[in-house]
Write a protein that binds this ligand. Structure first.
Ligand SMILES: NC(=O)c1ccc[n+]([C@@H]2O[C@H](COP(=O)([O-])OP(=O)(O)OC[C@H]3O[C@@H](n4cnc5c(N)ncnc54)[C@H](OP(=O)(O)O)[C@@H]3O)[C@@H](O)[C@H]2O)c1
Length: 347
């Protein structure tokens, strides 16, 4: 396992981050704890969560229970200092989180207190804005994305007051570093510019969807990562399990995510299956596990700090963590390049 700095900070995180959004729905508290123990035993020191989790499905009844599961692990093991803990304040739209309001200083202050309490800790190492108030082309909104209705001054004022609030929380010791999620190149640039002008905290990471099948980041955001030292934390590197091969030839394993969320939140359409098959064929041709190929690909991208994986069993987790030992050679990368040229954006 390699370790990399979060942006310009001195926090070092493992190149694989343990995602947690199935703990509290698909996974029990005991299973969540077992995943943390196993991951730490195999070199992981980085855990990602959110006030919104668990997912698959999200609901008023379960919201917050993923953080509670991490909190009970911290309490029972006393190992808070062994993990770098990332969480997120939710964006607008979920009635059961502060009535679904936009992100604001007031919302952040209430959310951070809730997260700290559930996590049973005094500080969150990386605090992220889950998605921007102004809307985003992420979450499959890329096909009809239209930013012309955004109010520029309102957005800049919001970024200013958000950074100011986050700066106060850093000073109070409640958070250490800040990150964005589901953001754009312009949005991230504004956070960086306003932070520099006002001595507010500087964004260290961007948590966006990225995988063999979702490569929007490769262009302007990759350039931003390089020049600004803001690393990507790719989420859904297996495209929710599609790239493991578990759904090949129409298979639908009981309890798998596709059986719970049949469209994988807009990722499933007729065009994706040839792409999935093409990547599975590359892995097979080179004798590599397809999930490990997908994760190793992310980790070898120059702008990636740590890939956020998810697993619903220790067996899956073992397969995925072994990707840290896999180095894709030029022949594999060339085959991946040809699939990408043929199928650039399938969803
Ligand atoms: N910022 C955001 O908006 C955002 C959005 C999504 C996720 N995230 C973060 O990223 C993390 C990972 O996201 P993700 O769960 O979508 O990642 P993913 O790696 O694309 O998918 C993980 C899912 O694939 C299946 N799977 C994993 N390994 C497998 C294996 N070796 N063999 C067979 N099936 C396997 C499991 O689902 P089943 O067993 O149910 O099939 C597992 O839950 C989340 O926990 C969360 O921390 C953030």
């Amino acid at each position: 396992m390699q370790y990399r700095n979060l942006g310009k900070s001195d926090i070092r995180v493992s190149e694989i981050c343990l995602g947690s959004m199935t703990w509290g729905t698909q996974n029990s508290e005991a299973e969540g704890h077992a995943q943390i123990d196993y991951a730490l035993d195999h070199g992981v020191n980085f855990i990602d969560t959110a006030e919104l989790y668990p997912s698959n499905p999200m609901s008023a009844e379960t919201v917050g229970s993923t953080e509670e599961i991490i909190g009970s692990w911290i309490k029972s093991t006393g190992r808070r200092d062994d993990i770098i803990l990332a969480s997120k304040v939710a964006g607008e739209g979920h009635d059961y989180i502060q009535h679904g309001v936009d992100i604001s200083p007031q919302k952040i202050r209430a959310s951070i207190e809730g997260s700290l309490k559930r996590l049973q800790t005094d500080t969150i190492d990386l605090y992220q804005l889950h998605w921007p108030n102004r809307g985003t082309y992420h979450f499959r909104q890329n096909w009809r994305f239209d930013p012309t209705q955004q109010n520029t001054q309102q957005t800049l004022d919001h970024i200013h007051e958000t950074l100011e609030c986050l700066g106060e929380l850093v000073t109070a010791g409640k958070i250490r570093e800040i990150g964005l999620s589901n953001e754009t190149c312009w949005g991230t640039s504004q956070f960086l510019r306003i932070a520099a002008a006002n001595a507010f905290p500087r964004v260290v990471s961007l948590q966006n969807e990225y995988s063999l099948m979702c490569r929007n980041y490769d262009l302007d955001l990759a350039e931003l990562s390089h020049h600004e030292q803001v690393g990507l934390l790719p989420y859904s590197p297996l495209v929710c399990g599609l790239l493991t091969g578990k759904y090949k030839d129409g298979a639908r394993p009981a309890g798998s995510r596709l059986t719970i969320t049949p469209d994988l939140f807009g990722r499933v359409n007729d065009a994706i299956w040839p792409v999935v098959d093409a990547y599975l064929a590359v892995a097979q041709r080179h004798g590599i596990d397809p999930a490990q190929m997908a994760i190793a690909f992310c980790n070898q991208r120059p702008f990636v700090t740590s890939s956020i994986i998810g697993a619903t069993s220790l067996r899956q987790l073992a397969v995925n963590l072994a990707a840290a030992d896999l180095e894709l050679d030029d022949e594999v990368l060339e085959d991946i390049y040809f699939v990408y040229r043929r199928y650039p954006i399938p969803f």
